[in-house]
Design a protein around this ligand. Structure first.
Ligand code: NI
Length: 258
């Protein structure tokens, strides 16, 4: 059976303080062969670096989440640039727009989104995009910045099938996780039916968004087989094919060797 690649996790979160070491050590034995831990604030980027230094199957993404951009400065971007030089940093992220929380003000979010896209271009790494209730501005900015040349993934994809076309045209990947197993995820299921499997990667966004039957509990990469099942059923494929294709997609997205 092909192993699973969790392309988006937050194992630096305090939700894992109790048993982080034990849980992370158990992942490879349970078929989770690679994880990208994603930074969201300057602090979580530091913790991400500690994790990738400690576990050989953990890689990292360095970037500031839109909700944390109020703390960002030019000196901060310079620090991010230096961390992107780490041999296990595979992406800039997560970056983007969040109009659900709508903090800090949109102008500030947009400014640092564009600035970090520019950083990704300079350091030649793909981007991990966080976009919540900001479909139009995200698509407009990515188009204006020619993000197709940068490459990346729309993490926790939550928009329509119609919006998916814009990102497919840029050759972006789509991060799909626990939400796919939710009964009320009709819009997402329609989008995932439309998106070709060769543009889908698996992600947890843990500790958040645990799939059924563990919805509401702390999430971890160990729940990804439930997402594989849901994806296989929706696409009418066997689970092994979903594992194999999404593994290859993750390597292509993050430009990693097998
Ligand atoms: Ni995340």
């Amino acid at each position: 059976m092909t192993a699973i690649f969790d392309t988006h996790a937050h194992y630096d979160d305090e939700a894992f303080d109790r048993d982080r070491e034990e849980l992370l050590c158990s992942l490879p034995k349970q078929g989770i062969a690679r994880v990208v831990n994603v930074g969201a604030s300057l602090d979580s980027c530091k913790r991400t670096i500690e994790l990738m230094d400690r576990y050989d199957y953990i890689y990292g993404a360095i970037g500031i989440h839109p909700s944390d951009t109020a703390e960002l400065t030019e000196a901060g971007v310079e620090w991010l640039r230096q961390q992107c030089g780490h041999e296990k940093c595979v992406a800039v992220g997560e970056i983007g727009l969040d109009y659900y929380w709508d903090e800090p003000e949109r102008k500030i979010q947009k400014n640092w989104f564009v600035r970090q896209l520019d950083l990704a271009r300079q350091v030649k790494k793909p981007v991990i995009i966080h976009s919540r209730e900001a479909a139009k501005d995200t698509a407009d900015i990515l188009t204006a910045e020619h993000a197709g040349e940068i490459g990346g993934v729309i993490h926790c994809y939550s928009y329509t099938k119609e919006s998916a076309k814009v990102y497919l045209d840029m050759d972006f990947y789509f991060g799909i996780g626990g939400v796919l197993t939710f009964k009320n995820a009709k819009k997402l299921k329609e989008a995932v039916e439309y998106i070709p499997l060769d543009h889908i990667v698996l992600e947890t966004d843990c500790p958040y968004l645990a799939p059924e039957p563990n919805r509401g509990k702390r999430n971890s990469s160990l729940n990804l087989p439930y997402v594989v099942s849901a994806l296989a059923e929706l696409k009418g494929l066997d689970e092994e094919e979903v594992r194999r294709v999404t593994w290859d997609n993750a390597l292509k997205l993050y430009r990693m060797e097998a």
